[in-house]
Design a protein around this ligand. Structure first.
Ligand SMILES: [Fe+2]
Length: 367
């Protein structure tokens, strides 16, 4: 091992600016990787390892912490994580969250999305009735039952339908993702995390446009209907605004059988010890592990710059930290409007990346 590098180079920062993500090679020691793998191999069936020290140490005890402090600023050390283990699978016959048959989707079944979106399990029967009937039936089929259209409605992924009681914010938000890689993912098709390279610029632009239009951000704001009634099951989610998706469609894009073209994501190739840091703003997805020789293992963290809400703990896994993990309403002091702060951060994506300011200024004068 050479000298430990605890900050990004200028070049890496430019890459992060342009692409919205960056892969750091060998940033986690083999000792930490092996400890995490050992803990996974000892897991009992159904045991959630997200809060185990072997997982959170991948950030807390590795070079990722000083690197993130330098580029992003202070954040709560994660106390939970998402243990992203994807078993080897074949293309399936079920309807995915986008309302398409899994086997019909291109790019290893990827469902590119923005994080912080509620997901209720996709209906497995083609839906009947008017669009309104389909919408209300869908939101009534979540884990809390029929509450009508309300910010108390939760998805099966435990994300609220809306963040705020006024229902003007359809996405939870944070600052950075960290994907810590525990196994070989150097060939495509091994279940990789995938990103829509460079699309963070477009999502920020889109949020700004939504904000200027009527202050409503995310699904059910301008230009972003929540449900795609034209999907094969008539009740798929628009996980990404169509305007953003179509910016990345070109002659190389693959289609579903209905002729719809889908933007081609980039599979993030990593091996044990590598990690990928991305902007919150990057559209992304897991993918089907068709070709792996073992389960895909990425430990996923969601971090938020402490300045957004200095008095609130961000646990490291939640994609909607302005609400409790299960959608609980949090108390905010007088004059602290969490929804407005989050909308501001979504419309100004670099503000929470403190160590990126010079690079951003330089890139912005270039363009
Ligand atoms: Fe996600």
């Amino acid at each position: 091992m050479g000298v430990e590098i605890n900050k990004l180079s200028i070049e890496q920062k430019h890459d992060l600016y342009r692409n919205g993500y960056i892969v750091l090679k060998n940033v986690i020691s083999m000792e930490l990787i092996e400890a995490a793998l050992k803990r996974i191999s000892k897991a009992k069936k159904g045991e959630n390892l997200g809060g185990e020290k072997e997982m959170t140490d991948l950030v807390n005890a590795s070079l990722l912490t000083p690197i993130l402090h330098e580029i992003m600023g202070q954040f709560d050390p994660p106390i939970y994580s998402q243990v992203g283990v994807l078993k080897k699978t074949e293309p399936g016959d079920h309807f995915n969250n986008l309302g398409y048959k899994d086997k019909d989707m291109p790019y290893y079944g990827e469902q590119i999305h923005m994080d912080g979106s509620q997901t209720i399990a996709a209906p497995q029967e083609v839906q009947e009735g008017t669009e309104e009937e389909i919408y209300y039936r869908y939101i009534a089929s979540g884990p809390k039952g029929d509450l009508g259209r309300s910010a108390d409605v939760m998805g099966h992924n435990m994300v609220p339908l809306f963040q705020d009681p006024e229902m003007t914010l359809g996405l939870g938000s944070f600052t950075a993702f960290v994907f810590a890689c525990l196994n070989d993912q150097m060939e495509e098709g091994m279940g990789q995390t995938s990103v829509l390279k460079g699309a963070h610029h477009e999502t920020e632009k889109f949020f700004r446009w939504q904000y200027e239009t009527n202050g409503r951000l995310g699904p059910e704001g301008p230009g972003w209907p929540r449900i795609n009634y034209d999907a094969p099951n008539r009740c798929g989610l628009f996980y990404l605004p169509e305007a953003v998706q179509q910016k990345f469609v070109d002659e190389t894009s693959e289609s579903t059988p209905d002729g719809k073209k889908w933007a081609r994501p980039t599979q993030v190739l990593m091996e044990p010890g590598d990690a990928c840091i991305t902007m919150y703003h990057i559209p992304h997805s897991g993918s089907r592990n068709e070709k792996g020789t073992e389960s895909r293992k990425n430990i996923i963290f969601r971090l938020r710059n402490k300045k957004r809400q200095p008095n609130k703990l961000v646990n490291g896994v939640s994609d909607h930290p302005d609400r409790g993990q299960m959608g609980e309403w949090l108390e905010f002091e007088e004059g602290n409007d969490p929804w407005e702060r989050s909308k501001h951060a979504m419309c100004n994506m670099w503000e929470e990346w403190e160590g990126m300011q010079d690079i951003v200024a330089e890139e912005e004068t270039k363009s």
